[in-house]
Every structure is written in structure tokens, then in C-alpha cells.
Write a protein that binds this ligand. Structure first.
Ligand code: CP
Length: 320
């Protein structure tokens, strides 16, 4: 099996063949989910703990559903009511939970690198559900699966990633993944919302949205992340929508069959016109949510196989 990872911490750690293996399995789970064959036993006897130190709707719900569909015992830690509120550190919290012998730990944390650090302290598989501005690997993978199913391939496509790229872990995971799979990636946004040095990332940078959308196969809109902004990054939301909000006029510059994506949650009327978001002929936003469950099922299935193999080899006294 060409999926060698012990944890899913970021797309940066995955080779193209591992990405393809995961997407192939997720594709099968997506079909089975649609056919109503939703329950499996690949995680039977395993315990999954979800620790979300930041708010989430899509990621937390789909990880919970994915674990339950695969037969795991799933526990959602209520971080607002945990001893973190009494000052317990992330690492002490993780060590405490580790002593209960979980098999899969799903973690979202506001600090970049926190999930990686945690993975070094526990002896189970860790999945990054979003860490600061760093990465959101399952979002990158579900976006890739949605693109592959819609476009029939995941290479030689022109993908315009638009908006608040500076604060976006979704953008970072997508840029890395789409680059590894040999696509042409454009970053489109005002200079204040583009990361310093992004011109060296193997992408094309546009400040003019109309030029950035010209001939694109995929238009990926990003949320304006007001909660991560500590200053005036845009003159006003009205001005931002005028220049960088996706509306019918700007979308008309992309390819006729271009798809519109957004990871959610959306600010309607700020980065995207609600009419475009709801247009079932262009928008694949609901399919992204659907693929989120399938991708998380595939990720946990593959990591559990590796975990079982590693534990089996350790019991047999074999170095892996
Ligand atoms: N896309 C995404 O991560 O959404 P949530 O914050 O609702 O999980």
C-alpha cells in the first residue's frame, strides 16, 4: 500500500502517490456513502478522540461521522469545559488522554505547529484538523477529491485561489497539494492579504481579480478571516466585495465550465455573492462538504492500518 504516514499533519509530508492512494480510497467511500452502504468495521475496537480548541462545524461533524461510520468509539472533548480552562497545557492534556490509550487523535488548535508537537508526545495516530495559519490537510484533500470528480483529473488545471490567503491554512494546504500534482496555481488578492514572499512558491500572483480569473478551471474563494486580523487589511467590506468578491461578472472571465469552491464558513456578500454560492450549475460547495466525510474516512482507515502494522511489529520485536 502506498500510504506510509503514521500521522496526517500536513500535505507537505505526503508524496504524490500517497495523495493518490488516499483520494482513490476516499472516492470509493464517497460512492458507498451515496449508495447508502455507510457502515463499516475497519475501526472496530479503536478509540477516536476529537479535540477542537477552535470552533468548527464541518470538520468536527465530519470527523465524528467518519469515525462512527467506520465503527470506532468516538469521543468529542468539550474543550470549553475541560481542564484547559484551568490552565492545563496542550501537552499535559494530550498526555492525559494518551494514558487512556486512544488510537486516533483529531486536533484543531489556533497555534501553527501545535499539532505536530503533540504528535511527538503520544503513541497513536494524530490528524491535524487545522493548526493556526499552517495547514488544514483534510480540507486540501477534500478539495482535491471534489476537483478530481468534477474535472476528471487532478493535473494540468488552472486553479485561482482568491481572497484572504495570508491568514489561510486552507490556502497553504491547497497550494502545496495542487503544486505536487502539477497544476497551475494562481493566488489572487490585495497585497495586504497575500503572504510575504508568496511569489517564490511556484505560483502566479495577481492583484487584479479579473486577470487572475481569466481562463481558470477552478475558482476557489476564501473567507475573509476577521478573527485573525489585528489591523486594517481592507478599506471596507463593501470595497472588498467590489474588487475581490466573486460575482457573475467576474466569474464570466473564467472558463465556461469553471467550478466555484469555498471551504466554508462563507461571508456572503463579502468574498462571494450568495447567488453564485447557491448556483448548482457552478458551485460545488455542498459537494466539498460531502467529500469531507469520505476523505476523513479514508485518512483514518489508512492511518489505522499503519498503526496496527506498527503495533504488531513492535509486539513481535521487529523494528519498523
Ligand atoms: N472548512 C472548515 O474547516 O470549516 P469548519 O471551521 O466549520 O470546520
Amino acid at each position: 500500500m502506498s500510504f506510509r504516514a503514521d500521522h496526517l499533519l500536513g500535505i507537505e509530508h505526503l508524496a504524490p502517490d500517497e495523495i493518490t492512494t488516499l483520494l482513490d480510497l476516499a472516492d470509493r467511500y464517497a460512492d458507498l456513502n451515496r449508495e447508502g452502504r455507510r457502515t463499516h468495521d475497519v475501526l472496530a475496537g479503536m478509540t477516536q478522540i476529537n479535540m477542537f480548541f477552535e470552533n468548527s462545524t464541518r470538520t468536527q461533524a465530519s470527523f465524528e461521522l467518519a469515525g462512527k461510520r467506520l465503527g470506532a468509539d468516538v469521543m468529542n472533548m468539550g474543550m470549553q469545559t475541560s481542564s484547559v480552562k484551568k490552565g492545563e497545557t496542550l501537552i499535559d492534556t494530550a498526555l492525559t488522554l494518551n494514558a487512556m490509550h486512544p488510537d486516533l487523535l483529531v486536533v484543531r488548535h489556533p497555534s501553527s505547529g501545535a499539532v505536530d508537537l503533540l504528535s511527538q508526545k503520544v503513541n497513536c495516530a494524530v490528524l491535524n484538523a487545522g493548526d493556526g495559519r499552517h495547514e488544514h490537510p483534510t480540507q486540501g484533500l477534500l478539495d482535491a477529491l471534489t476537483i478530481r470528480r468534477e474535472k476528471g483529473r487532478l493535473h494540468r488545471l488552472t486553479v485561482a485561489i482568491c481572497g484572504d490567503i495570508a491568514h489561510s491554512r486552507v490556502a497553504r494546504s491547497n497550494i502545496i497539494l495542487l503544486g505536487k500534482m502539477e497544476n497551475r496555481v494562481r493566488l489572487v488578492g490585495p497585497p495586504t492579504l497575500l503572504p510575504a514572499g508568496c511569489g517564490d512558491w511556484g505560483v502566479e500572483v495577481y492583484h487584479d481579480m479579473k486577470a487572475g480569473l481569466e481562463g481558470a478551471d477552478v475558482v476557489m474563494m476564501l473567507r475573509l478571516q476577521k478573527e485573525r486580523m489585528d489591523g486594517g487589511f481592507i478599506p471596507s467590506e463593501r470595497e472588498y466585495f467590489h474588487r475581490y468578491g466573486l460575482d457573475a461578472e467576474k466569474l464570466a472571465l473564467a472558463k465556461e465550465d469553471a467550478i466555484v469552491m469555498h471551504p466554508g464558513p462563507m461571508n456572503r456578500g463579502v468574498e462571494i455573492d450568495g447567488v453564485i454560492a447557491d448556483d448548482i450549475n457552478r458551485s460545488v460547495i455542498q459537494e466539498q462538504v460531502e467529500m469531507g466525510v469520505a476523505v476523513r474516512m479514508a485518512a483514518m482507515d489508512l492511518l489505522a492500518r499503519n498503526l496496527r502494522a506498527r503495533r504488531g511489529a513492535e509486539r513481535a520485536g521487529v523494528m519498523v
